[in-house]
Design a protein around this ligand. Structure first.
Ligand code: ZN
Length: 501
């Protein structure tokens, strides 16, 4: 790459920070997968020190000088200009929040998390309520410090996860999908109650599940020369110095053949995104994710559109039966596919299926926006949560633990994160529609276990753009239209019609 010297200097600066951050990522990875419990205290201090160093690197005069010098020499809309613009966006987010506010928030968050764990175990929202109140106040102040003209407080916080995203757009998409989703649940949940599923919870030895999962990931194109599969309590994907070291985890349950495999395919989608970045630009915005929504679109596309499809299973089911003849010898392919795709309202988001999941997420988005913008008093949260659950999914939680205390996000002050799950589904359906148009043979390729054409298409159209295009720009380039929910609704309607009619 040949760049103007001022841009090269900025790239060097941003890379230096990125390598420090990759050390932090590695400490985090180790903490979740291998660290003995006794290491927690020292690890927290090590991460704290390193975080300080990263923070100072962003604050250094040499960094702001390099940024301004680069801004002076780039113009137009080329890659350099976009790279510099993205660095500016990240820099502003860093320096606009006063360090006293950042420190106060860090302390409040750590206390809120302890209180949340306690409140959840005792089923007592009232114990968590004062912490939530305090966090909301702090996040409002942060949003005031961050927000650009025309942005709402919520937009300013959501920007951390979904740059340039707008709450009003999420609301609009949400209103568009809710009636259809509620209708689909009403239509298919009763049918699914009759669907045979006993075989999914037969004993599937963990080692064999591991071997099968690893083979599937290799087939999908996950590069184990630049990747690693491990076990953790909560599955995740972590780019250590992306794209050359992108790791995934899952967790195995003997009596559940679906969850570990679906989880692995999901994390593999995240990993393929990061492994698909241009290595020449490692450590810069050209080779980093633009948003959690786009990241999630990749995991969802592989997990749902591909990994639950009849085409995918027409290839893999015979192999799964070979691996587990005692458990699956009496099961037909279409029985298996139907069981894999059961629609069933539940109280818990992380256990939700493809149809109900979006309703779980929209409920949280609506509530957190109302909390932040002071339309909903904290004390009313459990009541309103339960009402909405009843309205959207026909279920009423019998405790706060299975209601508004179930997710960790609010105790971390992560307001604005939930919409990215929903946006991921919206993007993934738009991308998949575009992929099918670009690759007319896609269904047949998948049923032959050929994933390279789709992977290459995703790489060129999405992965290689990194974060120098916004999520909206990417979705417009790929699908030729603005962000919309029609693709998601069409996909869900036609899939479940075919499966269960
Ligand atoms: Zn994910």
């Amino acid at each position: 790459m040949s760049e103007q010297p001022a841009v090269t200097t900025l790239v060097d600066e941003i890379r230096r920070i990125s390598y420090l951050e990759s050390a932090l990522d590695l400490l985090g990875w180790d903490q979740e997968t291998a660290m003995p419990r006794g290491g927690a205290k020292t690890r927290a201090r090590a991460r704290g020190e390193l975080t300080e160093i990263v923070h100072s690197a962003w604050q250094a005069p040499s960094f702001s000088d390099a940024l301004r010098a680069a801004e002076d020499v780039v113009d137009g809309d080329g890659r350099s200009a976009r790279l510099v613009r993205e660095v500016r966006r990240r820099y502003d987010r860093r320096v606009r929040v006063p360090s006293s506010l950042a420190e106060e928030t860090a302390i409040a968050t750590s206390e809120a998390q302890t209180a949340w764990i306690e409140a959840r175990s005792k089923n007592a929202f009232s114990q968590f309520a004062p912490h939530l109140e305090r966090l909301l106040k702090l996040r409002r102040r942060t949003a005031e410090a961050l927000r650009y003209e025309g942005e709402s407080l919520y937009d300013a916080l959501m920007d951390k996860y979904e740059p340039y995203g707008r709450a009003a757009k999420v609301r609009e998409l949400g209103e568009q999908v809710k009636p259809t989703l509620i209708e689909l649940v009403g239509k298919y949940a009763p049918i699914c109650r009759e669907v045979r599923r006993d075989f999914l919870s037969r004993p599937f030895p963990v080692e064999q599940q591991q071997a099968f999962g690893e083979q599937v990931l290799r087939d999908l194109g996950y590069d184990l020369e630049r990747g690693l599969i491990a076990v953790s309590a909560h599955p995740f994907c972590s780019g250590i110095s992306s794209p050359s070291d992108v790791r995934v985890t899952t967790r195995y349950t003997e009596n559940d053949v679906k969850s570990a495999l679906s989880g692995l395919i999901h994390e593999c989608g995240h990993a393929l995104y990061e492994q698909g970045f241009d290595p020449e630009w490692e450590g810069t915005p050209v080779a980093q994710a633009i948003s959690m929504g786009i990241h999630e679109s990749q995991s969802r596309l592989w997990e749902n559109q591909i990994g639950t499809s009849p085409e995918f299973w027409s290839h893999y089911f015979p192999k799964l039966v070979d691996q587990f003849p005692d458990q699956l010898g009496d099961v037909e392919l279409d029985e298996f596919v139907r069981a894999f795709n059961i629609v069933e309202p539940s109280l818990i988001r992380v256990e939700a299926d493809e149809v109900t999941y979006n309703l779980h997420v929209l409920l949280r988005f609506e509530l957190e926006q109302d909390l932040l913008e002071e339309r909903l008093p904290v004390a009313d949260l459990p009541t309103v949560w339960n009402q909405k659950m009843e309205e959207y999914l026909g279920l009423r939680p019998d405790s706060d633990a299975t209601g508004c205390l179930q997710d960790i996000h609010w105790s971390m002050g992560a307001f604005g994160y939930f919409p990215t799950y929903f946006l991921g589904n919206v993007y993934s359906a738009q991308f998949y529609t575009a992929a099918r148009a670009a690759l007319p043979d896609l269904d047949q390729q998948i049923s032959r276990g050929e994933f390279q054409p789709l992977r290459n298409w995703l790489r060129t159209e999405i992965h290689e753009l990194g974060s120098v295009y916004s999520a909206t720009e990417i979705s417009e380039r790929v699908s030729g239209t603005d962000l919309h929910a029609d693709a998601l609704l069409t996909y869900l309607k036609s899939k479940f019609e075919t499966l269960y009619s």
